[in-house]
Write a protein of this length. Sequence first.
Length: 281
Amino acid sequence: MFAPRLSWLTLVFALGSLAIGACRLRRDAHNAPGKYEPGVSSECNNGYAVADGPYRYENNQWGSGKAQGSFEQCLLKRTVDGKKERGWTWSFPGTDQTVFSYPEIIFGWKPWTGGKTTDPHLPTRVGDFSKLTLVYEVESQITGSYNLAPEIWIVNRRVESGPAAPRSITAEVMFWLDSGGVAQPGGALVGRPVVNGQPYELWVQNGANGSGASEASWRLISFKWPEPQLKGQIDIPAFTRVLVDQNLIDPNHYIATVEFGNEVTGGTGTTWVKHIEVQTL
């Protein structure tokens, strides 16, 4: 009488174990590490985007065609102390200084994807901003080559809605807050301007064209921080005034978007965004 009952219990236990195992994510060497953290959900499709107020998170894998093997990059979501947090994670074998990807946050109108601006303050003429401040805080665990580099795209006309228009781009201005491995700004070091009392490296590359897949080309400008800065704020007009004074950007052109992300040039990493805010006047 007891033998059949024991077999039944064994079967139930075995089925339960299979069900639990099916719920676990299988982890391979190429998988992005952050998606395996407890309580984390992930979306790993290239180009996947989700809005959080005026901020659009995008799983931007624009250079992944250069990947040197199996790779993965995902947007992440979790809850910490009752507060929702978003972020991203990646795994790219090898290194490539021309960048594999840029998981990011978009505020404004992105000339590479078009659509509708996420906020009516952008695009606005470079010379018209009295305030455009990026306030941020991130938590990152990264091994390999990368940067943390918010940026603005400058275009030659005001577009609030419509198709992508990469040929309208005249400049890309990056703010290198942190970096490691082989990553370094494009072009050449041309100066060390002082902005709001702090010296920065200024790098310039004329004729930048990203992947080269479009006919667009522009001036790539990078301000590099002297020390890693994972929490702080960027007074964007203070930097653009320096560039206008040096005739590197046109004050009559338009800041289309403020973006925030990691350029990935190899290795693995996870970034959680603890705070992001673009303040405008």
